[in-house]
Design a protein around this ligand. Structure first.
Ligand SMILES: Nc1nc2c(ncn2[C@@H]2O[C@H](COP(=O)(O)OP(=O)(O)OP(=O)(O)O)[C@@H](O)[C@H]2O)c(=O)[nH]1
Length: 604
């Protein structure tokens, strides 16, 4: 393997869509790993879902060689996601690197996640190279953006490298700067082995494939290794590099190297991202610091639907968890919906992605319930003592006579918006029970607004609202700071007289009636007419606050096609069949998947 003086480990960070993945691809071409002709677009976004959505979900690693001043350097780089839900992936990537390339779109400038990711890199003590990308675009303002990088981020404007990931301009200069400016990895190859697990995937044939960064010592094929957290030993059967496909090597890995390892690991729990690998025979004293466990913010239930059995869903969830340990799951049982899993996610996009990956990669069909946040509940125990419990499901709320206080998670939000939208954004924040903190002028007629907001008020549609108010220019970053009590109540929803726990939610009292009425309207649209009339009711503590009725329908649903149009009739039947695959029966009423998501539309 290369000597540490000629290794550079770095990651690429940026606000979403500023061009990280495209730039990473260009760098692969620039180092001759891929030829332009046969380059598949976005090589590193290798999940189908990533290509379809045009976003990076998982960090991915690649090793390339680059000639600089007549010498060969090995560059190990990790592409990271930009969306706020995937900050956790970014932090993980940073811990395996000495440097970070910070990409800023020359047409957009510094955005909310540019700032957030920069802070993370600085906290991790990484050297930074700022890059102004997309300079080929007519609206690009590279010099102004470089000045903004200096003024807002405190990095030297003169250090910025101007690139176009589209045309390749500046990419060679960037590769040279990486060799020249990023420090070589520290670490002692003669010390006991310490390797950091920064990612893993499950392969049906080879078991868990572990992605790791060597911090100290050496590792080679045949070594008996110990996973320090799990306290399990394994024999390494394959070591390799990402070029960008996994490519086995027979050489030993040394401090500074990045690669993957196969060791016939079939027990998923034995591999924990952030854990330290050492040699079984010459163990290191201490594991590496590892990662801070990310706290899930949003919870929902997954139930098997259609042909999927509970066991199949459990296996799919456990397997995907190896690759993304940031979601949590535990079995749950609902009277109405049967056996399923209560799962926790880092945000709404994360939840969507996991659900879609489970269906695609795990081949299961899922009915998902409405997402909610965690609540802290102060309850009065037996002898009058108070106790605080956390619930992740409104259905778990204890009897209200015992509840002293309901507290909800609060986030500190940083919103970057054009000055022209500032009034409307403030109105939106106030409507969402936000508390104003500060306002700062940024540059080129934009402002940074800081608000404390209840998480429950922003997870659903806040981001869409922000985008539409600012014609797409507003961006936001946030992190949870704590819990606050407020006038919160639980709202139950009854379908045909049966309370459906999966539809109940905790809302602010001042909004309960409005939300209840709106939710029932949406449910009425989503639930098909049955042979009988279905009353829908929203209630707080037994008191009905809103009601709607779904009228009954005759037996033949196709009757409304007036007999004539055969293709339309067929389409309607097909639609019904498809809908049924993702349906849950509550009492005698079929509730489709969409109905469980009705709460996402707050109507505000
Ligand atoms: N004109 C132009 N377009 C670019 C350039 N770099 C990237 N793009 C385009 O910008 C869009 C976003 O690029 P990505 O590479 O997916 O951005 P990203 O930062 O990886 O996005 P996430 O991974 O989702 O955070 C794509 O449509 C790219 O084709 C560039 O230098 N010039």
């Amino acid at each position: 393997m290369s000597t540490p003086t000629h290794i550079r480990n770095f990651c690429i960070i940026a606000h979403i869509d500023h061009g990280k993945s495209t730039l990473a691809d260009r760098m692969l071409q620039g180092t001759g790993v891929m030829h332009e002709r046969n380059a598949r677009e976005q090589t590193l976004d290798n999940m189908d879902l990533e290509r379809e959505r045009g976003i990076t979900i998982k960090a991915s690693a690649v090793s390339v060689e680059h000639e600089y001043k007549g010498e060969t350097y090995e560059l190990n780089f990790i592409d990271t996601p930009g969306h706020v839900d995937f900050h956790y992936e970014v932090s993980r990537a940073l811990a395996a690197c000495e440097g970070a390339v910070l990409v800023v779109d020359a047409t957009q400038g510094v955005e909310a996640q540019t700032v957030a990711n920069l802070y993370k890199a600085v906290d991790a003590n990484l050297e930074l190279i700022p890059v102004i990308n997309k300079i080929d675009l007519p609206s690009a303002q590279p010099e102004e953006r470089a000045m903004q990088v200096e003024e807002v981020l405190g990095l030297d404007a003169a250090d910025c490298i101007m690139t176009s990931a589209k045309t390749g301009v500046g990419v060679a200069e960037l590769l040279d700067a990486i060799c020249a400016r990023f420090p070589e990895p520290q670490g002692n190859p003669d010390a006991p082995l310490q390797a950091l697990i920064f990612d893993a995937i499950y392969d049906d044939y080879r078991g868990v494939v572990v992605y790791f960064r060597m911090m100290n010592g050496r590792m080679k094929k045949g070594d008996r290794i110990l996973m320090m957290g799990a306290q399990r030993t394994y024999q390494v059967t394959e070591l390799g590099k990402f070029r960008p496909e996994m490519t086995p090597t027979t050489e030993a890995f040394e401090a500074g190297d990045v690669g993957y390892m196969v060791a016939a690991i079939k027990t998923l729990e034995d591999v924990n991202i952030g854990d330290t690998i050492t040699l079984d025979t010459a163990r290191c004293d201490e594991p590496l610091p590892g990662y801070e466990e990310p706290a899930p913010m949003v919870y929902c239930d997954f139930y098997p639907s259609g042909d999927t059995q509970f066991d199949e869903l459990r296996d799919a969830i456990a397997r995907l968890h190896v690759n993304d340990a940031s979601y949590t799951y535990e079995p749950t049982n609902s009277e109405a919906l049967g056996s399923g899993f209560r799962c926790g996610f880092l945000g709404m996009l994360h939840m969507d992605i996991i659900q879609e990956r489970l269906e695609r990669e795990g081949n299961v069909s899922i009915v998902q319930t409405a997402p909610t946040v965690t609540y802290e509940i102060k309850i009065v125990g037996k002898g009058g003592d108070t106790e605080v419990i956390q619930i992740t499901n409104p259905a778990e709320l204890p009897d209200m006579s015992k509840v002293k206080d309901i507290r909800e998670p609060i986030v500190a939000a940083e919103i970057i918006t054009p000055t022209s939208s500032i009034g409307d954004i403030m109105k939106l924040c106030e409507q969402r029970r936000g508390v104003y903190k500060s306002q700062k002028f940024l540059a080129d007629d934009r402002q940074i607004l800081e608000y404390d907001l209840p998480l429950a008020e922003i997870i659903y549609d806040f981001f869409d609202k922000l985008k539409s108010i600012t014609s797409g220019y507003g961006t936001m970053d946030y992190h949870v700071t704590g819990f606050n009590s407020d006038n919160l109540v639980k709202m139950d929803v009854l379908v045909n007289g049966n309370p459906v726990e999966a539809l109940s939610l905790i809302v602010h009292r001042s909004k309960a009636e409005f939300r209840g009425r709106h939710l029932l309207k949406r449910l009425k649209e989503q639930i098909d007419r049955h042979l009988f009339e279905i009353p829908l009711q929203a209630a707080i503590g037994g008191k009905i606050i809103a009601r709607e009725t779904i009228k009954s329908v005759g037996k033949n649903v196709t009757a409304k096609c007036y007999g004539g149009d055969v293709s339309r009739k067929r389409k309607l039947l097909e639609k019904q069949k498809k809908g049924k695959e993702r349906m849950k029966k509550v009492g005698s009423v079929d509730i489709p998947q969409e109905a469980f998501m009705s709460v996402l539309d707050t109507g505000e």
